[in-house]
Write a protein that binds this ligand. Structure first.
Ligand SMILES: [Zn+2]
Length: 256
């Protein structure tokens, strides 16, 4: 079983509606698509109707908060009630540029965690230059599990996520020889704490050239890379990843 735990088919769909091959995920069992903002919600629901291996999370990404609907939390709660996402996401904090509205990001993040808690849903986290802030806020929600996507922190920070019931997402970034830090994390973290993702159309793996597009099917190559790094067989890895994903997303119905 192969699952891409993080990609943005809504972005691809918006920009390239003609190329239907992008939504051919026949190599995969599931493609998990978190939303960026409320405009993604309808696109993702439509994609799920066309192809039920495309499943979605609903939420407001920290970099898209200038584009919220009116009463954003009520809006999201209605969507959660009506369209049953498998998670709340992608939510989190991004302080990378240094000029962000940090307090607004924290408020919206906290409110979305409250919804995840209320509806007993996992979360898909976007965390950039804000790991300690995110960990601090998560302490208010001991029952919430999820994925810290594109993880790029320290071993010690990773351990804190793991202790809180989170998995850490790794993808194309680890396939570059210069990515020493991410490589070390991917090598040293407990295998039951890891999930793989493409983040398509972003974060191309090293073998996808500049003119080609990243695609959820690249998860197979990323898995082969990771299996080699950890010196395990691809079959064993597939089994392990399935269990890791089932642990976070019970609504996928894949637990053994
Ligand atoms: Zn994302």
């Amino acid at each position: 079983m192969w699952i891409d735990t993080h990609c943005h088919l809504d972005f691809i769909y918006e920009n390239k509606t003609k190329d239907e091959s992008l939504f051919d995920n026949s190599l995969l069992d599931f493609v998990i698509c978190p939303s960026a903002n409320h405009k993604s919600f309808n696109i993702l629901k439509k994609l799920n109707q066309k192809n039920n291996s495309i499943v979605y999370a609903l939420g407001y990404h920290p970099l898209y908060l200038s584009d919220l609907p009116e009463n954003p939390i009520q809006y999201l709660e209605n969507e959660i009630q009506n369209s049953h996402p498998i998670a709340v996401g992608e939510i989190g904090l991004d302080f990378y540029l240094g000029n962000e509205e940090k307090e607004i990001q924290k408020i919206i993040f906290h409110q979305q965690l409250e919804l995840a808690n209320k509806y007993n849903l996992p979360v898909i986290l976007h965390v950039r230059s804000a790991i300690d802030d995110v960990l601090k806020i998560l302490k208010d929600f001991p029952d919430i599990k999820g994925i810290a996507h594109a993880f790029n922190g320290s071993l010690q920070q990773a351990q804190q996520f793991i202790n809180m019931g989170f998995k850490l997402g790794f993808g194309g970034a680890m396939t570059y020889s210069r990515a020493k830090k991410i490589n070390r994390l991917a090598l040293e973290l407990p295998i039951d704490s890891i999930v793989l993702e493409t983040d398509a159309p972003d974060m191309k793996p090293a073998w996808v050239n500049a003119t080609s597009q990243n695609h959820p099917n690249e998860i197979r190559g990323i898995a082969e890379f990771f299996a080699q790094l950890r010196n395990i067989s691809v079959i064993d890895l597939s089994w392990q990843l399935k269990n890791n994903i089932a642990d976070i997303f019970p609504d996928l119905g894949i637990s053994s």
